[in-house]
Write a protein that binds this ligand. Sequence first.
Ligand code: SF4
Length: 320
Amino acid sequence: MEYSFIKSLATPFDLRMVLRALTSVRIGVLSRNLGNYALHEHDVWSQNKRGKIFPTLLYLELTTYCSRNCRGCYIPQEERDDNTMMTRETAHNAIKNGASLGVKFYNFLGGEPVAENTVPLMEEIVGSYPSLTFITCTNGDYIAARSDQLDGLALRNNFSVALSIDGFEGTNDRLRGRNSFRNVVSSAAYLRSRRALFGAVVTLRKLNFEEAISPDFTHFLIRNGFIYVSYAFSDELRGNLQDVAIERIEKHRDPIFKYTSLRGHMGERTQNRIARTISIGKDGSVFDVRKERRMIGTLEQDLEGVSSNRSWLRKFVQEV
Ligand code: SF4
């Protein structure tokens, strides 16, 4: 294995972060997910070397339903009103397709993916594929209200929760609605009590730019037990502002794992190392860009064929 790969793998970790994780997260969760993370990074590295790009992360849109109305949400309102969900057959089919390509990471998305009707399906899936890592991005509303229903997931070693939070209470609730901040903090307290591996998803936009990348906000996340933070960029932030944000995010070596949707983990300088995501809609449609809901195939075709689609490839390599 090349020295450059090992160096890149180690770059985002520092000793304080490792110690913090070891003392607050179950060892079984850490070893399962760090192992998959290393395999994932190696897959990306070797795909680049061979010049063959395949998915390394599958988004599973379990439902498009959501009762919130966050600013900038790209799920159309009529889809957020639709309470249907992905069938178990479609979910298993998607994961089996992904696993046959060597995909280790699966992200349950919505709408809002953590709800009374989706938790049993998530439990079944997470329990059926113990060697794979499942993450869910959630607004935390259901976890805050019904944490008694979450132990079946939170105590699994191959499961992680990413809570959406866009700043301190005033800013966050202005963007994400009333009590959103309170529910995220309450969900974090529950997940911490289960020694789970959990993190934050922060969407940067003009309104929260300064606050959400400030050391104060990062320290708030650390104090509340978040182990990782993933930054996404709204369309409001383009070009220079994106570079400024990444530079400022990387300026401080904080004991929290940092990832950006544009560059991958901290220290990367190009888009060539980001996870190769592909999105599966609740009806089995395959989207290259979930946000624009651009369908490029269905699960009936195998994912290997779908991923030779040029518009999908262009997200990861410039010269296609
Ligand atoms: S919680 Fe997520 S799906 Fe729901 S409105 Fe907000 S951004 Fe959209």
